[in-house]
Design a protein around this ligand. Structure first.
Ligand SMILES: *Cc1c(COP(=O)(O)O)cnc(C)c1O
Length: 404
């Protein structure tokens, strides 16, 4: 057999569309919250593939589900139904407000389904004029043209020609602006129950209550984008369960598959009936292999011990980051919830989140950023206390090297 050529970072620039700029090292293996690159350097993973690998890498329950289903049946079209999809749908509807599930393959697709359902429902029930989507500045909902336009960063949606219409962006957490703008024409309000990509911004209680209230008043639907916050990330199975209100539509992806691509749009019977046969669909949506893996993930994540463990680990992160800050005075605040945490850089460190990410990588630690001024942590929900301690030591070394 011909020996395979060793893959090099340079190939990326040769054969990949340049919409990403990946780091130099090439990870080839992972186990739990440890990752190894081609050169056998070891890393502790505080990034979790951007809030995806919620049970770390190659969790035995996921490997077992993948292998078992992989030897049975990989794919069917939606002309057929399949066991893993129905089992997963039952479990998801048991775990939250929803009665009905639509399976997709990503967060953007789950959001696309949510937005299309909202528009369809409003048009059917109230007429074509009720089409306005209200969303929030700095929000992120994916990269299809509809979802990226609903997202609150024009830099991401500009330059692709005419945009989907009737979308309004208001400032997050601004109750006054919301009350003044919302009207009978509002079809839906779409929001993250904690903004992730936008910089780890928590909603105020007042804002959350006001959003639910104005939706009620104006017959508008509340869509929670829980692609990043969902599946245990905040210590609740879905973040809304810790906020005292219930959305009408919820989208979930990222940690749902724990590393296998899957997304889902969850909603009530009353809304779901408006997506009649032929109104929406997806070739891979509900794929048996994806659903079997997601079922294994949901089984572990929904256990009370797993969810309680998230708050425990959050406390360890907060303590460790506070200690680093005592020494180096680099953060203005630590924000977020559960294991969706952001360390905001203070005045002297503005714009240097990526420097921290690169320096951490050199120490053998994977972290993320959320914009230029926030270092983000979205590790496995079951990361060991020891890995947290060692990762924080590496972070401290990285910051010490930058502080010199
Ligand atoms: C990541 C993310 C998305 C997009 O998910 P994809 O799987 O990349 O399409 C949408 N919404 C939120 C809140 C996200 O964090």
């Amino acid at each position: 057999m011909m020996e395979e050529m060793k893959v090099q970072r340079g190939w990326f620039d040769e054969v990949m569309v340049p919409c990403y700029s990946p780091m130099e090292m090439i990870p080839v293996k992972g186990e739990g919250s440890r990752v190894w690159d081609q050169e056998c350097n070891e890393y502790i993973d505080f990034a979790g593939g951007i809030a995806v690998s919620c049970l770390g890498h190659c969790h035995p329950a996921m490997v077992a589900a993948l292998t078992e289903q992989g030897q049975k049946l990989w794919h069917l079209s939606n002309v057929m139904t399949n066991e893993p999809a129905l089992r997963l749908a039952k479990k998801l509807t048991d775990l939250c407000f929803a009665d009905k599930v639509f399976f997709a393959n990503s967060g953007a697709e789950a959001n696309e389904a949510a937005l299309k359902l909202a528009r369809r429902y409003s048009a059917d029930v109230y007429g074509a004029e009720k089409s306005e989507i209200i969303a929030f500045k700095q929000g992120f909902h994916g990269r299809t043209f509809f979802t990226v336009t609903v997202g609150g960063q024009e830099a991401y949606s500009d330059g692709f020609g005419p945009k989907p219409g009737d979308i309004t962006h208001l400032p997050y957490n601004d109750v006054e602006a919301l009350r003044q703008h919302v009207s009978g024409r509002t079809c839906a309000i779409m929001m993250e129950p904690l903004q992730g990509e936008g910089g780890i911004i928590e909603p105020s209680d007042e804002f959350i209550q006001a959003v639910r209230e104005v939706c009620q008043q104006h017959n508008a639907l509340l869509i929670f984008d829980e692609v990043q916050t969902g599946n245990g990330r905040t210590g609740h199975f879905y973040a809304y369960q810790g906020l005292g209100i219930t959305p009408d539509i919820l989208s979930t992806a990222k940690s749902l598959g724990g590393g296998f691509p899957i997304g889902a749009m969850l909603t009530t019977n009353k809304l779901a009936e408006h997506l009649k046969v032929g109104t929406h669909g997806s070739t891979y949506g509900g794929n048996p292999l994806a659903c079997a893996v997601a079922e294994a993930v949901v089984d572990v994540v929904s256990q009370p011990e797993t969810l309680a463990g998230v708050a425990e680990r959050e406390a360890l992160f907060r303590q460790g980051l506070a200690k680093i800050n005592d020494k180096y005075a680099i953060f203005s605040e630590i924000r977020g919830k559960g294991l969706l945490l952001g360390a905001a850089l203070n005045e002297q460190w503005q714009g240097r989140a990526r420097d921290v990410l690169v320096a951490a990588g050199e120490q053998g630690l994977m972290v993320l950023v959320a914009g230029p001024n926030v270092v983000r942590f979205t590790p496995s929900l079951v990361i060991s206390h020891q890995d947290i301690a060692q990762g924080l030591e590496k972070l401290e070394k990285a910051i010490a090297s930058l502080a010199q």
